[in-house]
Design a protein around this ligand. Structure first.
Ligand code: GZL
Ligand code: ZN
Length: 366
C-alpha cells in the first residue's frame, strides 16, 4: 500500500506543474474563432483541433503525442486531427494549410525548428484560426501570429546541467580544465537544441572546459550512435558526453562500449560520463544503473495544459502569452544536491537533484 501511495504521489508530482511565464496576457484567438465556437457551442459541436506534431523521433515525442491524444478525445469535447511531420518543416507547413482548409477551431504547433513560420502563420491568422505553440518555440517577426506558447525553458535546462557538471567535477576533485566534453546536439535549429547547446557553450567558456566535438544527433538513437562512432575515430580523448536527449544517449552509450570505453560515473578514475535530457523511464533506468550520470527533465505531458488553455480561450478568459513548465533533475547519486540556474524565464532559481531509485522510476508516467 505504502509503495502504491508513494508512486501515486510521485505521479501527481510529476504531472505538469506550470509556472506562468512573463509576457502580456491575451484573450487569445480572433473574433471569428470565438463566434465560430459560439455557433459550435449552440450546435453542441466538438472543438476541432489540428495538431502539427514534429514526428516520432524519440521516447519523449511518443509520450508527448500520447498525452495529447489521451486528452483531446470526443468524451472531452474535442475532435483531434493529428499530423506527424517526420521531423520535416515542409510537412508541418502542409499540415497547417490542411487544417486551415478544414477550418479547424484551433491549431496546435510543435515547431520542428524556430524559423520559417511567418507566412503560414499569417495564413492561419487571416483565416481567423488561433495558433497555440507547444514545447519548442517559433521565431517570428510579429508575435501576434500565435496566441500563446507553453513549453520548456531550454536555456535553463542547459544551464542546470552545466552547473551540475561544474559542481560534480569539483566534488570529485577533477580540475575544470580537465573536463573534455563532446556535445551530441539535437536537431539543429530546434529550441531544445538551441537552449541546451547555448548552456554548454557558455559553461565551456566560463569554466575553461575543452569542447572536443559538437555534432547533431537529430534527437535519435541511430544518429546518436553514428555520430559517437565517428567522433571516437577522430578523437577519443574526452571524458564527458553531453547528449541533448535520452535517445542520443542510448546510441552514444552503445558506441562507447563497443569501442571498449568504460561508461560510468567515476570521472576521477577514467570513466566516460554521459549526461542527457528528457528523463524518460528508459533514460532514468540508465541513470539508476550509472550509465547516465545526470538526466535533466524535459516534461512532455502537455495534453492537460493544452486542454485548460483552449477551454479558457473558449470561455474568453485571459491566457498568459508565455508559460513555462516545471522541470526536475535526476542523478545517479547525491554528489550534487541542488543547482542554481537562470534561463528564458528569468533570474537564477535553485533546482533540487533527485537520486534515481526503483520507486522514482515506477512513479514516472512516461
Ligand atoms: C524537447 C523536445 C525534444 C526532446 C527530444 O522539448 O522538443 O524533442 O528533448 C525530442 O527527445 O525529440
Ligand atoms: Zn553508483
Amino acid at each position: 500500500m505504502k509503495k502504491k501511495m508513494l508512486s501515486l504521489l510521485l505521479t501527481g508530482v510529476m504531472a505538469m506543474g506550470v509556472l506562468a511565464g512573463c509576457g502580456s496576457a491575451t484573450s487569445g484567438g480572433s473574433s471569428k474563432s470565438s463566434s465560430k465556437s459560439d455557433s459550435k457551442k449552440s450546435s453542441g459541436g466538438e472543438i476541432t483541433v489540428g495538431f502539427a506534431q514534429v514526428g516520432a523521433e524519440s521516447d519523449w515525442r511518443t509520450a508527448c503525442t500520447k498525452s495529447v491524444k489521451d486528452t483531446f478525445t470526443s468524451k472531452n469535447g474535442y475532435k483531434l486531427i493529428f499530423d506527424d511531420a517526420q521531423q520535416k518543416q515542409e510537412n508541418q507547413i502542409t499540415a497547417i494549410r490542411n487544417f486551415i482548409q478544414q477550418d479547424v477551431d484551433y491549431i496546435v504547433l510543435d515547431p520542428v525548428t524556430e524559423t520559417g513560420w511567418d507566412t503560414v502563420l499569417q495564413e492561419a491568422k487571416d483565416a481567423g484560426i488561433p495558433v497555440i505553440v507547444v514545447d519548442r518555440m517559433v521565431d517570428v517577426s510579429d508575435d501576434s501570429l500565435y496566441t500563446m506558447r507553453i513549453g520548456s525553458d531550454f536555456k535553463a535546462e542547459g544551464n542546470k546541467a552545466c552547473d551540475w557538471l561544474k559542481q560534480y567535477a569539483d566534488a570529485q576533485g577533477v580540475a575544470q580544465t580537465d573536463i573534455k566534453i563532446v556535445d551530441i546536439q539535437g536537431t539543429i535549429g530546434a529550441s531544445a537544441q538551441i537552449g541546451r547547446t547555448e548552456g554548454l557553450n557558455d559553461a565551456v567558456k566560463a569554466n575553461g572546459w575543452k569542447l572536443v566535438a559538437q555534432q547533431t544527433g537529430e534527437f535519435t538513437q541511430a544518429k546518436g550512435q553514428e555520430v559517437m562512432e565517428s567522433i571516437l575515430k577522430q578523437n577519443s580523448d574526452f571524458n564527458v558526453v553531453y547528449c541533448e536527449n535520452d535517445n542520443e544517449a542510448f546510441g552514444a552509450i552503445d558506441a562507447l562500449e563497443a569501442a571498449g570505453k568504460k561508461v560510468g560515473t567515476d570521472l576521477k578514475n577514467g570513466d566516460v560520463m554521459v549526461m542527457s535530457f528528457d528523463s524518460t523511464k528508459a533514460g532514468l533506468t540508465d541513470v539508476k544503473d550509472g550509465k547516465i550520470t545526470l538526466d535533466t527533465e524535459c516534461n512532455p505531458l502537455y495534453g492537460p495544459k493544452l486542454d485548460e488553455i483552449i477551454k479558457n480561450l473558449e470561455a474568453g478568459k485571459k491566457v498568459e502569452k508565455s508559460q513555462f513548465i516545471d522541470e526536475a533533475m535526476f542523478a545517479h547519486d547525491d554528489t550534487v544536491k541542488s543547482v542554481s540556474a537562470a534561463g528564458e524565464s528569468g533570474d537564477a532559481k535553485n533546482y533540487d537533484v533527485t537520486v534515481v531509485t526503483d520507486d522514482v522510476i515506477s512513479g514516472r508516467s512516461y
